[in-house]
Design a protein around this ligand. Sequence first.
Ligand SMILES: Nc1nc2c(ncn2[C@@H]2O[C@H](COP(=O)(O)OP(=O)(O)OP(=O)(O)O)[C@@H](O)[C@H]2O)c(=O)[nH]1
Ligand SMILES: [Mg+2]
Length: 456
Amino acid sequence: MISQKTITALVTAPITQNIALIRISGSKTYSIITKIFDHPLPEYPQKKPQLIFGKIVNSQQEIIDEVLLLCFYKPHSFTGEDVVEISCHGNLFVVQQILQLILENGAELAEKGEFTKQAFFNGKLNLVQAQAINDLIRAPSLQGAKLALHNLSPESQKELKIIENELLDIIATIKVNIDYPEYDGVEYLTGQQVLPRITKLGKKIQIIQKTGQKTRVYQEGLKVAIVGKPNVGKSTLLNALLQEEKAIVSPVAGTTRDIIEARYNLNGIPLILLDTAGIRETADLVEKIGVERTWQALSQAEIILFLVDNSGSWGSAEENIFSHIRDKNHLIIINKIDQGSKLQLPDFIFPDKICRISAKNQQLTELEAKISQLFAGDLVNSLSLYPYLSHSWQQAKLTSLIQQLQSVINELKKGTYLDALCGDLEIGYKLVQELSGKEYEGELLDIIFSKFCLGK
Ligand SMILES: Nc1nc2c(ncn2[C@@H]2O[C@H](COP(=O)(O)OP(=O)(O)OP(=O)(O)O)[C@@H](O)[C@H]2O)c(=O)[nH]1
Ligand SMILES: [Mg+2]
C-alpha cells in the first residue's frame, strides 16, 4: 500500500526556536517547491542531495522567509519519495505561513509517523527498523538509544533473514518432495534431518526473545516503588535521589497522598521512581485512596524499596508489607541512620537485601550500589548479533513462533511425516515475516506508527 499522498509537517518542536525544519515528501514535492521558492532548482532528478539558499514567497511574491532547502530525489531519500526539507527561522508565525503555502499547493498534513510509514512501504526500512526509529527518539537512557541504533543497522537484520530463509528452504524442499517425488535434482528430506535444523532455529528464537525481554527496560525504564509506613522518609529519599524538592516532605504522617512519579538515571539504568502514600489503616477518605494506590504501585513495580525507620521497630505493619514484597525484587532500606537508635530486623531477611541510608543527609551510596547489583545480571554490555525485539507485539509474535516450532519438534520426535507438518512450518514462516513487516496487519501498523511524533 504505497501512499500516493504528498505529505508535510513541522519536524522540529512547535516552539519558538532559532531554526525550524519543515519536511515535504511525495510526488508533488517539486511542483509545490517551484511555486513557493524564488530560486531556480537544479535539473530534476539528481542522485545526490542538493542544498539551495533562497526565499519562500507567496502567490503575490511577498517574501515569507529566507530559507535553506535540502533536496532529495526519489528513491534516494529517507522515505524513498521526492523529499525537500526546509530550514527556516523558528518563529511559529513564519512556520505556520510556510506550512499553509505548502498545503495550499497540494500537500496534506502528515499524520504521526507517516514519513516513516512511507519509508516502510517503499522498502527503505523493515518493521524492526521502523520501530527502532521511534525507540531511538524516545529511549530514556543512552544504552536504550544504542540498542535502538543497533536495530536500525542492516547487520542486525541479517539473523532474521537467515531464520526466514532456513524455514523457507525446509518448506520448499518438503513441497518439492511431495509434488515431484520422482525429481532427482532435489534432496529428499527426512524428519530426522529436519529435527536438528528446527531445534537450532527454536533455540535462536528463544535467545532473541530473552534478549528482547532484558532490553525492554532500556526503552521503557524500570519501575521502582518506594513504600513503607508514613513518615519513614520515602519522599525525602525521592528528593535526595533526584536532587530536587519534587515531593513535599514534612514531619506530619500521611503527607504524601498520591503517587509521585519521576525519572532517574542510575548509572545508565533508566528508573521510574514512584513515591507513594505511607501504608497504614486510616479513616481519612483521601489518604485511604492514596494507600490503595500504593498497593497498586507495589504490585506493578519491578523493584520495591521498602523503607523502615531506624528509630522504629519491626512489627505487624512491617510484617504485612514484607509479605507482599518478599517474592518480588526488593530491598529493605533502613533510613535515618544518622539517628542513634538501631532497628533490629528479623533473621529471615537476607543481609544482602538490606541497606542503610540517611535520605536527609544524602547518604545513599549503599542503596545505589545495591539497586545496580539487582540489575547487574540483566545489563547489556555488548551488542548482540540479533535485533532487540522488546516490544510487546514483537514478544507476542516470538512466543507464537517458539510454540509453533516446538509443536513441529514434538511431532517430528513422534515420527509424524513431514508433509503433515508443512502447514505448521508455513505458519512459523509467516510469523517471521510479520516480525520484519514483510507480512503485516494494518491495525498493528496503525498502532505502531501512532506512537511516533508528528513529523517523523
Ligand atoms: N533524621 C532524619 N530524618 C529524616 C530522614 N529522612 C527523612 N527524615 C524526616 O522524616 C520526616 C518524614 O519524611 P518524609 O520524607 O515526608 O516521609 P514519608 O515517608 O514520605 O512520609 P509520608 O508521605 O507521610 O508517608 C521528615 O521530617 C523528614 O525530614 C533521615 O535520613 N534522617
Ligand atoms: Mg511522603
